[in-house]
Structure formats: C-alpha cells, structure tokens
Ligand binder design. Structure first.
Ligand SMILES: Nc1ncnc2c1ncn2[C@@H]1O[C@H](COP(=O)(O)OP(=O)(O)OP(=O)(O)O)[C@@H](O)[C@H]1O
Ligand SMILES: [Mg+2]
Length: 230
C-alpha cells in the first residue's frame, strides 16, 4: 500500500486521576490514508481516550505520536490539527443545543474562514447525504437522537478532513440509517483516500472495516476484520 501514513503512535500511555486510573499502557499503531479501521473493546477499555489523543483533544502522558504530520502534544499543532486536518465525531455529539442544525454545521467552516457560499453548498450536500436536509433549520434540542448523531457526523466532515475520528458514530441510529452513514464513510475512504478510525460496538460495522484494532488491558492487538467477543 502506497498511501501516506496519517497516524503513527508508539508506546502511548495515558492515566487519569493523578495516575490512579491507568487507561492506555503502551499503545502503538499506524494508520494510512484509504484505510477504515475499527477500535473494538469492552466499555471502559480506552477507545474514546485513544481517539481523543489522536485528535489532539487530550495529551498523552508518554509515548510518540504524529498525526497528519503534526505533533498533537504541542498546543499550536493541536489547533491546526483540529481546524484543518481532523474531523471528530464525539460519543456524546457535543452540538450546541440552542443553535439549528445548519448553524452547528457552519461553526467549523467559520473557524477555518471558508467562504459563505461554499459553506452553504457543503452543508446542503452533507445533510442530503445523511438524510437530515429537512431538519437544517430546526434547533438541536428539538431533533431526535439519531438526527443529532447525523448532524455531528456532518459537522466532522464540514472541512473535508484527511482523517475522521468517530466515536461510535452509528450508536443511536436504526439499522438502515446506520448502514447509510457507514456507506458514506466507506465511500469517502475509497474515493477521497481519507482515513477513518471509528470506535464501535457493532459487529457488522467492525467486520466491514479493513482492520480491527482490539483495545484490551491498555494495549491494542491488531487483527483481521473478524471480531471476537468484547
Ligand atoms: N477524565 C477522566 N477521569 C478519570 N477517569 C477517566 C476519565 N476519562 C475516562 N476515564 C476512565 O478511563 C477508562 C477508559 O475510558 P474511555 O472513555 O476511554 O473508554 P471507552 O472504551 O471509550 O468506553 P465506552 O465503550 O463505554 O465508551 C474508563 O475506566 C473511564 O472511567
Ligand atoms: Mg467511549
């Protein structure tokens, strides 16, 4: 495979609560453009923690990490990473409840300084692709959980990231809508060569990824897309 390496992590360590909660204990991985990689592991195993480190939302206690050529341990790099290179779908969405769907989608484009007309077009395309175009002018607090999740996915894709980190992006979607969203991500990986790393508890999605990284006991084990229990 000749696609460029987007993530390199070596011996990542992360603890919480002044070292009392040891979550990641020597995680190493490499992810290239054009790959769709599943993080698979029991609740509390550290999937969200790892995604936060990769997306520059939190910093490791130790280890080496390079994401899209930047060092997420450095504050200035974290900012550039989040604004220009990485889209992040949060497990709890983190949308702004008082704003409409369209206003939430405009936030990352404003942060990047994108032209208004292009932003409007992009919002329309993404909303159409995940089936929320009819909800663009509704406030987040008034829409369903699945519609919020799809809004969060669109927000993460607004700036056309090289790397999408998605924390259970289909967790509150019915089977059909989940399949639509997964197919959209698959399509982006295949046609744009972006990389997607997603935490999931859903076996059918993990099995459709190119690789499954199993998070267990603070480490990851790489595997084929055949997933065992928990
Ligand atoms: N800020 C924090 N302070 C203390 N402990 C934390 C903090 N964040 C996470 N943890 C703990 O770290 C462990 C890993 O959490 P994490 O959210 O990464 O797990 P996860 O694999 O994403 O779980 P789930 O599948 O339930 O989302 C858990 O035991 C969690 O309680
Ligand atoms: Mg989690």
């Amino acid at each position: 495979m000749s696609e460029e390496v987007l993530i390199t992590a070596r011996d990542l360590r992360k603890t919480y609560d002044a070292g009392r909660v040891r979550v990641l204990d020597g995680v190493s991985l490499e992810v290239r453009g054009g790959e769709m990689v599943a993080l698979w592991g029991a609740s509390g195993s550290g999937k969200s923690t790892l995604l936060h480190l990769l997306g520059g939302l939190d910093v490791p206690d130790g280890g080496e990490i390079t994401v899209c050529g930047l060092d997420p341990r450095r504050e200035a790099h974290r900012l550039t990473l989040r604004r220009h290179h990485v889209g992040f779908v949060f497990q709890l969405h983190n949308l702004i409840p008082d704003l409409t769907v369209a206003e939430n989608l405009r936030v990352p484009a404003l942060a990047r300084g994108a032209p208004a007309a292009a932003t409007r077009t992009r919002i329309g395309e993404l909303a159409e692709a995940v089936g929320i175009a009819h909800r663009l002018n509704h406030r987040i607090q008034d829409i369903s959980g699945g519609e919020r999740q799809r809004t969060a996915i669109c927000r993460a894709l607004m700036n056309s990231p090289q790397l999408l980190l998605a924390d259970e992006p289909t967790g509150s979607l019915d089977e059909e809508t989940g399949d639509t969203v997964f197919s959209l991500l698959r399509h982006l990986v295949q046609t744009r060569g972006i990389a997607v790393v997603l935490a999931t508890h859903e076996r059918r999605f993990a099995e459709q990824c190119d690789r499954v990284l199993r998070v267990r006991s603070g480490r990851i084990e790489s595997g084929r897309p055949a997933v065992g229990s928990g």
